[in-house]
Design a binder for this molecule. Structure first.
Ligand code: G3H
Length: 537
């Protein structure tokens, strides 16, 4: 095993300002005093939240936090103004934006797409500094978002083409189209602040809805350059932004009853709170991406090298801070010793360091007190009989946490149930396949699972059981959301609704039909409407 880290060595990984490569220096804090409501960039003079990077900076006195910017902490009052602006822009479906033809709306998004590409460097740099995401992963997130937007436009053009045709059935002529739903409250998570935000925001806009957008609590500054584009491109009220404490801002919005769609990616607890605050729950549509505890099941005949590689990437990419990460690994008793040996050896080769370090995987954690929480989970499992089985596992200094592998984990331990969302890997030995199956059935979550093995009969049977438990079963592959044209969903407390490039267009719209009984006069009316372009639909 290569790596041996103690607290001192971890501490040494934080850079001195002068050692930061020139292209990754953040020389000036981002001073965001503005927010966007009704097409106006308003100046905020109230309280602001200072943003400190998880990357600590060394100087002669020790390590210190680096201030990378601030953003407005708005209150209920501004949040409601933002909401009223979105409501006004929607105007019961009679506003400029919902009435615009799809082709015209696409033009706005194409302009946005063109201009956001120019902000690539700035956005990636802020992502690295604010959430500690590696350069490689930040670039991937940016590119993926660009592709997502582009592919959403293509998918909408396809839908549009299909729905421009008339259907004649049982003497009824009908044109079936998709119409917007109203005002969407759109929030994004800190781990994919760009991609996950735009995977709901863009389809919501394209379908003619108006939006109140709240960036995540961490991962806000990278949205500032984008805010300027929203201001430059979109008509007043189509996008409005709010910042601040979730409870203070979001609960009044939901209580108003004026939110038609909740697009939320975060915890099930908050999602539940938000949904229950809506006075007309039947009117509210929700699209939710919530917690997950995706298991890997490693069968006795698994290709060990492949299983190790996928389980390492699956559990530790971006420090395990992916909703789709493998968060518990069940390994058959026959091979568990070998698995552990090779897994910890592979882990020892993973690089820990700063986001700009080449091939780095483990980087500083952005959530305050996260390292302490992970340490608590480790303590709980060791008290109950497990061990940290990799060298340096769980060693930490401030925001840098060396990944810990815990074995043998059982149901009495918190890590067996809780979503760690960080670099702690619990391994559970099993003898009978019913053990991991029962775990999955009893779990509060139902997003994805991975199976590693080579026997088609056994895998096939397992797939049949798991298809009714989770939304994606990955065979000899880690869990993941992508490619984004695949449906992404969750059962139980893991989510509501399905996202994918094309599904998202559907969830932010509903079908409406213009129909008439076949007769000469009705046919003539339809023809005239189309010929004279009397309708945008
Ligand atoms: O955190 C959830 C992300 O959408 C996961 O995406 O599986 O492609 O990394 P990914």
């Amino acid at each position: 095993m290569k790596s041996m880290f103690d607290e001192e060595k971890i501490k040494e990984l934080f850079p001195r300002e002068e050692r930061i490569p020139y292209e990754f220096k953040l020389t000036q804090p981002i001073k965001q005093d503005e927010y966007l409501i009704n097409g106006e960039m308003l100046l905020w003079k109230g309280r602001k939240r200072k943003v400190f990077s998880p990357i600590l900076i060394k100087d002669n006195k020790g390590l210190k936090k680096k201030l990378i910017g601030y953003y407005p902490l708005l209150t209920k009052k501004e949040a409601m103004t933002a909401l009223f602006s979105a409501v006004k822009a929607y105007d019961n479906g009679r506003g400029f934006w919902p009435c615009l033809s799809v082709i015209e709306r696409i033009k706005y998004i194409e302009k946005f797409l063109f201009l956001i590409k120019e902000k690539k460097k700035e956005i990636i740099l802020l992502m690295m500094w604010e959430i500690g995401k590696s350069l490689h992963e930040s670039l991937k997130e940016f590119e993926r978002t660009i592709d997502y937007i582009q592919n959403t436009i293509y998918a909408l053009k396809d839908i549009e083409q299909a729905s421009s045709r008339f259907v004649i059935e049982q003497g009824i002529i009908g044109q079936i189209r998709r119409a917007p739903l109203g005002v969407v409250l759109c929030t994004g998570p800190y781990n994919y602040p760009l991609n996950e935000t735009f995977s709901t925001l863009i389809p919501a806009l394209l379908m003619g809805n108006t939006v109140v957008f709240k960036p995540p609590k961490i991962g806000v500054l990278l949205h500032y350059p984008i805010l300027k584009l929203f201001h430059e491109i979109f008509p007043p009220g189509v996008i409005n932004t709010v910042y601040g404490e979730g409870k203070e801002i979001l609960l009044p919005l939901m209580s108003s009853g004026l939110i038609d769609v909740l697009a939320f990616i975060g915890s099930s607890k908050t999602a539940e709170l938000l949904k229950t605050h809506h006075p007309k729950p039947l009117r509210l549509r929700s699209i939710l991406g919530l917690e997950a505890k995706n298991p890997a099941i490693v069968l006795p005949d698994a290709d060990m090298e492949l299983a190790i590689r996928e389980c390492l990437n699956g559990s530790l990419t971006f420090n395990g801070q992916r909703c789709t990460a493998l968060k518990i690994i069940f390994v058959h008793k026959k091979i568990v010793k070998l698995f552990i040996e090779q897994f910890t050896e592979g882990l020892g080769k993973l690089k820990i360091g700063m986001p700009w370090d080449e091939s780095v995987v483990i980087t500083p954690l952005p959530v305050p007190n996260k390292a302490e929480y992970l340490s608590e989970l480790i303590k709980d499992s060791t008290v109950k009989g497990a061990k940290v089985i990799n060298k340096s596992g769980g060693v930490l200094y401030k925001t840098l946490f060396y990944p810990a592998v815990i074995y043998p984990v059982n149901e009495r331990m918190r890590i067996y149930h809780e979503e760690q969302f960080g670099p702690v890997v619990p391994i559970v030995p099993f003898e009978n396949i019913e053990e991991p199956v029962k775990y999955i059935i009893k779990s509060s979550y139902g997003q994805q699972a991975s199976i590693f093995g080579n026997n088609p009969e056994i895998i096939g049977k397992l797939v049949d059981i798991l298809v009714n438990q989770v939304c994606r079963i990955n065979i000899n592959s880690m869990c993941q959301r992508g490619p984004d044209i695949f449906p992404f969903a969750g059962r139980k407390d893991s989510g509501e609704g399905t996202l994918s490039v094309s599904d998202a267009l559907r969830v932010f719209s509903m079908r409406t039909i213009v129909a008439t009984k076949e007769s000469d006069i009705n046919r003539q009316i339809f023809k005239e409407i189309i010929k004279e372009k009397n309708s945008n639909s």
